[in-house]
Design a protein around this ligand. Structure first.
Ligand SMILES: [Zn+2]
Length: 234
């Protein structure tokens, strides 16, 4: 079933309540969805599967951990080898600094790492680190929804603390949990996710986000979760 077909089915089940448009993510009264699709989107038929792409933030965390471990190891090894080589120590420091810069940029929302998210009958899969790794939920037991945050430089750093930062809201997140694993999906404009659905829990503000989807794909994710019975219309 395509996302548009899912939205049509949801609209027919609740004609008097808002339904997220599968094309533009606007909240449209169920009874008016067909007219909205015809007028605004040329009668969109959509063929998307339950598979979406967007920048992910897991890969940069792994990169940081790996590079810091390797750089520390190289620096310690050469420092204790009896013949310390400054070039290796400085090189290790430079590589570690670069990894920290990349990690920081990704944490501020710079889309450096492409990710893929898929939802199926059994669970969900996040492919990250340029497709080299994935995180699989073999079930989706719980959905948590909350406000997404990012740290940004405050811009008015004093002399004492040149790394002052402020936390800013950057939309919302929907977190899928299965056992002890979780996948946190961020969307810059989460729209009416709270008012459309029941069956989720309110979560705290979060900065640790795994993948960012655009509003249209975020709606497609919600409709896929509805189809598999994880979310229900409010
Ligand atoms: Zn629309």
């Amino acid at each position: 079933m395509t996302t548009v077909e899912r939205a049509r089915r949801l609209a027919s089940e609740r004609p008097d309540r808002p339904v997220p448009c599968p094309e533009c993510a606007a909240q449209v009264k169920g009874a008016n969805l067909e007219r909205h699709l015809a007028k605004t989107h040329d009668g969109a038929v959509g063929a998307h599967e339950a598979r979406w792409g967007g920048p992910e933030r897991v890969g940069s965390r792994w990169l940081l951990v790996l590079v810091l471990a390797a750089a520390t190891g190289a620096a310690v090894y050469t420092a204790t080898s009896g013949d310390p080589d400054d070039r290796i120590i400085l090189g290790a420091a430079a590589v570690a600094s670069l990894a920290i810069v990349v990690w920081g940029a990704v944490a501020w929302g710079v889309p450096l790492f492409p990710g893929r998210l898929r939802v199926d009958e059994s669970g969900a899969v996040l492919r990250h680190s340029f497709g080299l790794a994935r995180r699989r939920l073999s079930s989706i037991d719980k959905v948590v929804i909350g406000t997404a945050m990012e740290s940004r430089p405050s811009g008015n750093s004093g002399n004492d603390d040149s790394y002052a930062s402020v936390d800013v809201r950057v939309g919302g997140y929907l977190q899928m949990r299965g056992g002890r694993r979780q996948i946190t999906v961020h969307c810059p404009s989460a729209g009416g996710v709270r008012s459309t659905w029941a069956g989720w829990e309110q979560g705290k503000k979060r900065k640790r986000l795994d993948i960012t989807l655009d509003p249209r794909e975020f709606v497609a994710l919600q409709l896929a979760l509805w189809e598999r019975g994880t979310l229900s219309p409010r």
